[in-house]
Design a protein around this ligand. Structure first.
Ligand code: ATP
Length: 248
């Protein structure tokens, strides 16, 4: 089982506690929605998970190992952190071919993933000519290249048109149905309710909820109201060391 396990994770940048003692599990076979207001600490958590930042304390593990310790990370984990990481002069197909070569993957995977993300017709245009939604599709294609067991996507619906959002939703459900682990950050609450099995909500770097959406709506509130109540804590802003110490 390739679960994602975040245990007591803290990440500080100088005096800012971007992530503050957060623990949750994103299990295989499920889509986990990762929610929180701007600056909540979602991207920081995902960057630590992908070995792009070192944790200040705690751990972020994939199948019991850090990303850096995985034997073949590019095959076992696919990630979309931001869709702008493509050279504008590079054609979509060439971009994917270079990624495939770097990961030691067969060239045929390029055509397969182009098919999955429905970008075939634009594959030979330069990425600089792509719309935001097309760049997102290209980024998702790159994440899928290694046929990974774990998908980590930071706001993947950003820029997608309604048909694109539906396509992504179906893709996420299909991937979870294949027993893959899918962790998706998003700001679109109504979207998340349609594809996530469980949600993790953080705010001000702290965990506010981890579990099924139903658990938040048992009192008859809708999910949006429950979410806003959870994240509207006055101590919501990232905790400053000085402030924290002043309260000790
Ligand atoms: N490299 C950095 N240096 C300093 N502060 C940082 C750095 N990266 C993130 N932060 C701070 O950490 C906090 C959490 O940011 P993060 O990007 O993780 O939030 P987020 O939940 O992804 O927000 P958004 O929804 O707006 O993308 C913010 O206060 C941010 O300013």
């Amino acid at each position: 089982m390739t679960d994602i396990e975040i245990r007591g994770l803290t990440k500080t940048f100088g005096a800012v506690h971007a992530v503050d003692d957060v623990s949750f599990t994103a299990p295989a076979g499920q889509v986990t929605g990762f929610l929180g207001p701007n600056g909540a600490g979602k991207t920081t958590t995902l960057r630590v998970l992908l070995g792009l930042e070192r944790p200040t304390s705690g751990s972020a593990l994939i199948g019991g190992q850090t990303y850096r310790d995985l034997p073949r990370p590019r095959r076992s984990v696919g990630a979309v952190l931001e869709a702008s990481g493509v050279h504008p002069g590079r054609r979509g197909r060439t971009h994917l071919a270079l990624l495939a070569r770097a990961a030691g993957l067969p060239r045929q995977r390029v055509d397969e993933v182009l098919d999955v993300v429905q970008l075939g017709a634009a594959a030979d245009r330069r990425a600089g000519e792509y719309s935001l939604g097309m760049r997102q599709r290209l980024a998702v294609a790159g994440a899928l290249l290694g046929d990974p067991e774990v998908l980590i996507l930071d706001e993947p619906t950003n820029g997608l048109d309604p048909a694109g959002v539906r396509w992504l939703r179906d893709l996420l459900r299909t991937l979870a149905g294949q027993n893959r682990t899918v962790l998706v950050s998003s700001h679109l609450l109504s979207e998340v309710t349609q594809y996530a099995d469980q949600v993790v909500i953080i705010s001000g770097g702290r965990l506010r909820h981890a579990g099924p959406i139903d658990e938040l709506t048992t009192d008859g509130r809708n999910f949006e109201d429950a979410f806003l109540a959870l994240v509207s804590d006055p101590a919501d802003a990232p905790v400053l060391t000085e402030r924290k110490e002043a309260h000790r």
